[in-house]
Write a protein that binds this ligand. Structure first.
Ligand code: PXP
Length: 250
């Protein structure tokens, strides 16, 4: 079974747009749990554009499934993570001007910072995942840095899949994820996936033998406008775990 992590950042985006107390990410998390979310994900950005510090504490205190806390590897964020003690931290690169997290970590360039952050979090009993591009080199380096998991940035995969309907062109795109996840599995790292996954592409993860978790936000929150959050979550969970799905090239 592929676990579904539901990212609630955009519930907070809507709240912050008006500076009100609603809609509340904690209330959303409880509905997502009812819909079958296996974990709840939130990203506390340096500019606090959506999730706020108190949301992270409130989510940790309220939800019954594990909390996956996304953050940059800065001292302030690490201090906060150690206080909150989520089940997992996913370390992500962060640029203020970006609309969303637009790529994976540059592991080689931030080697010392990431190794120290990973150690500090793991010493506090927190599982550490590194958000990386789906390539074998990034997985090997993640292992060297001491991570427990890698989350593969699926942004480029999703864009390219949307641009083609040819099975011949789709197969190598999926194969890249399969190879990256197989390397992770071989090195004892969990393989997670996230960014840009939606109701027209997430089912492909079922072809990736070692895919363990998908973290999905924008598409689920968007779909919730039409069908409600509980159903939006359960539809996605079914899509990720559909025994009838076979790729056309099989
Ligand atoms: N995983 C990580 C590490 C992210 O930073 C994000 C948000 O960019 C997501 C998953 C969710 O992406 P999306 O909102 O496109 O589903």
């Amino acid at each position: 079974m592929i676990r579904l992590g539901v990212n609630l950042d955009h519930i907070a985006t809507l709240r912050q747009a008006r500076g009100e107390r609603y809609p509340d990410p904690v209330q959303a998390a409880l509905l997502a749990e009812v819909g079958g979310a296996d974990n709840i994900t939130c990203h506390l950005r340096e500019d606090r554009r959506h999730i706020q510090d108190r949301d992270v504490f409130a989510l940790k205190d309220t939800i019954q499934v594990p909390l996956n806390f996304e953050m940059a590897a800065t001292k302030d964020m690490l201090d906060l993570a150690v206080k909150v003690r989520p089940h997992a931290v996913t370390l992500v690169p962060e640029k203020r001007e970006e609309r969303t997290t637009e790529g994976g970590l540059d592991l080689a360039a931030s080697r010392e910072v990431l190794a120290a952050a990973t150690k500090r979090l793991r010493d506090s009993g927190i599982l550490v995942s590194l958000f990386v591009e789906p390539d074998v080199k990034a997985v090997t380096l993640s292992k060297e840095l001491g991570a427990d998991a890698v989350e593969f940035h699926t942004g480029s995969f999703c864009h390219k899949m949307a641009a083609t309907t040819s099975t011949r062109a789709q197969k190598p795109l999926v194969q890249r994820l399969i190879d990256a996840a197989a390397t992770a599995h071989h090195l004892g790292l969990q393989a997670h996936f996230g960014h840009g996954l939606n109701y027209t592409n997430a089912h492909w993860l079922q072809v990736v033998s070692h895919a363990e978790e998908a973290n999905i936000g924008h598409a689920i929150i968007g779909r919730a406008l039409w069908v409600g959050l509980k159903d939006a979550v359960s539809e996605m969970k079914r899509l990720l775990n559909d025994p009838a799905f076979r790729p056309l090239w099989d």
